[in-house]
Design a protein around this ligand. Sequence first.
Ligand code: UT7
Length: 333
Amino acid sequence: MSSPTSSVIIKGIGSFTPEKILTNDELSKMVDTSDEWITTRTGIKERRIAGKGETAATMGAIASERAIKDAGLEVDDIDLVIVATITPDMPFPSTACLIQTKLGISNAVCFDIEAACSGFLYLLELGTSLLRGGKKYRNALLIGSEKISSILDWEDRTTCVLFGDGAGAAVVSLSESEEGLIDFKLGADGNKSDVLYMPGGGCSLPATLDSIEDGKHFLKMRGREVFKLAVKVMEQSAVEILEQNDLSPDQIQCVIPHQANLRIIESISSRLRIPMERFFLNLEKYGNTSAASIPIALDEAYQSGRLKRGDLILMVAFGAGLTWGATLLKWTK
Ligand code: UT7
């Protein structure tokens, strides 16, 4: 829990998803799958696919402009830009620096982090800590942006049906009067790094003709194992954060879960004894957008009037690493 003088709130929120929609029916013409299989196993009906010129930086920049506008700030009020992505525009410079330039932010510290689908929850704790520590920064722009379509094997039905592209951003700011971001419970277990990963493209396996031919630059996943681990770690982190803050599940007005699979979310709902009506869902439209999933959902929940000032919001996520996290937020907008 923070002291009142070191409180951090979400001051602005925004998101962007590409125009191009890829439906389950269209996918079933590309690989051996069906709308029925994808819908019953995942809840996903369609996903957005970035166009040629669209990247993590371009999508993240649009989401950021929207978040800065929503915060009622100007670009030069931003002094910290952090991006969570597993699909950066390039290995370096950081996507945060590219977004800084696109937006014309003149004076900010910019860098990327990589915590896969848990990335935005990692950003919220990191941004909050940097704002609180020493009061060097006032307004941090936190962005989850992904072009997962660029790392999918479009011949592998076990992965290509699950993911989509998009970006979400939040401006988090110091507040003397209100407490927005209440608590964080993050975790990781590198022993499980082989259930979801991309083998090629890093320094251990730079791109070669062989690595490309062997499909080493595509996302690899053991879906069933990820499913079981996801349910376990998300439940655990949610229970712990509620206990640490003396809260019971019925005090949570809205849960924003990582939008990976409806069945995973239903398991979490029954284990936490929080009814599904209190979970915000948009995975049927976007699939799993990795680090962009939670900020897109938070933005859509806010824009649709689902979040009321004073509501307690629980966000839960898991992703490659493994990484996971739960975050408690009081909605202050
Ligand atoms: O952010 C983290 C990202 N990762 C995840 O969230 C993944 C978590 N895991 C899952 O969501 C689920 O495990 C999947 C949706 C990936 C798979 O669902 P499942 O119920 O665990 O299916 P399965 O892997 O056990 O496969 C069942 C069958 C298999 O056929 P056989 O061996 O029973 O004949 C698969 O080959 O379904 C087959 N299958 C498909 N069939 C039609 C796998 N993918 C497809 C497909 N269309 N797209």
